[in-house]
Design a protein around this ligand. Structure first.
Ligand code: LR7
Ligand code: MN
Length: 452
């Protein structure tokens, strides 16, 4: 923790919480570590109970044995329900006014609880999480994680950590233990007022196994007049694993996509089209009935997704209405990159970093390939000639490109394509289009955009 956390005096009259841990085939040792750390690292009066929800693990005995520990209660599903319905079962059984969810392989650190309780008690619409440290999956060592991260996503709707912008980091320097507003929560470790969890619609009970519920609850909290925060003085370790140690009834890809579609269809309004542009195969996965969740959204008078994008996640780039494709232009692991050059500069390729910037391009309806207000321009229309960045001009025929079906970018009216084969010495060049040449393959991360 930041040193300042030690001297901060937490409120005296904090309310107790019920800790809810769902698990499917978790090792008993890691479960024990989670439970023990909750009991040893929290003021006893603030832990009402620990509710374990055994999501139909192969061995019922583990849960039964752990339930012999003080304050630990066990519920067991009669069939595999997945983490969403399991958490709701735990929440419904909870007797404390505040719920704390944890994954089944955590270690709560010193004074992890008080700073979060304080925030939720001040305002019950705040949903708060700790900084999630790393428990090394090879030797179970506790390793501190960066405190300068927030939760976010790209248009593929997969959770990712975002580095803070320079402004956000500066603000943090003046008050390092202030709560960090986060567009999305990782999903497993958070605290929420129980009455508000209920009012807000708990979880989507038609989501299965794993995935998508974190996106859904994040949109729901923000759009329905709540907020999400990371509390820097609260730290909890989590075992990050390479793969799921359990089966996915229905197949992991399908289940994840189905859950994600349910979140997108209910909460994202017309912006869901950018998700389908980024993950076209998602359209083939049926997502079931969402009527009751749409009604919930209406009943709670939740704000449109456009509001969320503008006020909560302005860092997420929105394709322009004039674009037909957008994002990075990928060639294997490399991406087209301005290399920091400006007007009259050349362009090259660089390892894809996934954070836009010099690697953000748009193919526009008027057929230019655009980076900000600079366009890829042909100076001399011959093989081997370097491409340049020039200011975009709508009528300039030297700035017109055709995206071919085999992922080539062809200079309009010619048989020349953008090629990276000599980029190291000079930059990207025009070369005779060749469907066998890998240095001419360019794929936009978002294709065939439809705007509403
Ligand atoms: O069918 C299942 N039933 C369960 O009870 C599948 C899982 N589970 C339990 C499981 O035993 C575990 O306790 O649910 C919990 C989460 O499953 P994990 O640990 O396999 O998930 P994860 O840590 O890989 O995934 C993160 O994203 C998930 C999306 O559905 C959940 O929100 C997890 O809680 C979440 N974990 C965290 O936020 C911890 C920090 C990770 C990060 C980033
Ligand atoms: Mn986990």
């Amino acid at each position: 923790r930041n040193q300042l956390c030690k001297t901060h005096a937490w409120k005296e009259d904090l309310l107790p919480t019920s800790v809810i841990i769902t698990f499917h085939n978790e090792a008993r040792s890691t479960l024990l570590r989670t439970i023990t750390s909750v009991l040893l690292r929290s003021p006893p009066n603030l832990i009402q109970e620990i509710i374990l929800v055994d999501d139909y693990s192969d061995k019922p005995d583990d849960g039964l044995e752990l339930a012999q520990i003080q304050k630990v209660k066990i519920l067991r599903n009669e069939r595999r329900e997945g983490l969403m319905r399991s958490r709701v079962k735990g929440a419904d059984a909870a007797t404390a006014p505040i719920l704390t969810f944890l994954d089944s392989h955590c270690e709560c650190n010193q004074h992890w609880l008080e700073p979060m309780l304080e925030r939720v008690m001040e305002d019950r619409t705040r949903v708060v999480c700790p900084i999630i440290d790393v428990i090394n999956m090879d030797n179970f060592q506790y390793v501190g994680a960066s405190a300068d991260l927030r939760g976010g996503f790209d248009w593929n709707l997969v959770f990712k950590w975002d580095y803070m912008t320079a402004n956000q980091r500066n603000a943090r320097r003046s008050d390092p233990i202030a709560p960090i507003r986060t567009p999305m929560i990782a999903g497993g470790l958070f605290m929420i007022d129980k009455s508000w969890f209920d009012e807000l619609g708990k979880y989507d009970m038609m989501m299965d196994v794993w995935g998508g519920e974190n996106l859904e609850i994040s949109f729901r909290v923000w759009q329905c007049q709540g907020s999400l925060e990371i509390i820097p003085c609260s730290r909890v370790g989590h075992v990050f694993r390479k793969q799921h140690p359990y089966t996915f009834p229905g197949g992991s890809g399908n289940v994840f996509t189905r859950n994600t579609r349910r979140a997108a269809e209910v909460w994202m309004d017309e912006y869901k089209e950018y998700y389908y542009a980024a993950v076209p195969s998602a359209r083939n996965v049926p997502f079931g009935n969402i009527q009751s969740r749409l009604e919930l959204r209406k009943k709670l008078s939740c704000k449109p997704f456009a509001w969320y994008l503008e006020h909560v996640y302005p860092e997420l780039r929105i394709p322009d209405k004039k674009d037909v494709a957008f994002g990075a232009l990928q060639q294997g692991t490399l991406c087209m990159d301005t290399l920091g050059h400006f007007a009259d500069g050349t362009v090259g390729v660089y390892e894809c970093h996934g954070s836009g910037g010099n690697q953000e391009w748009a193919l526009t309806k008027d057929k230019s390939i655009r980076h900000s207000d600079l366009c890829l321009t042909v100076v001399n229309q011959n093989p081997g000639e370097l491409l340049k960045l020039h200011g975009c001009q709508e009528k300039n025929t030297k700035q017109k490109w055709e995206k071919l079906d085999n992922n080539r970018l062809q200079f309009m009216g010619s048989s020349l394509c953008i090629d990276s084969k000599v980029h190291k010495e000079k930059g990207l060049t025009l070369e005779t289009c060749d469907s066998g040449s890998l240095t001419q393959v360019w794929k936009f991360t978002l294709n065939n955009l439809k705007h509403h």
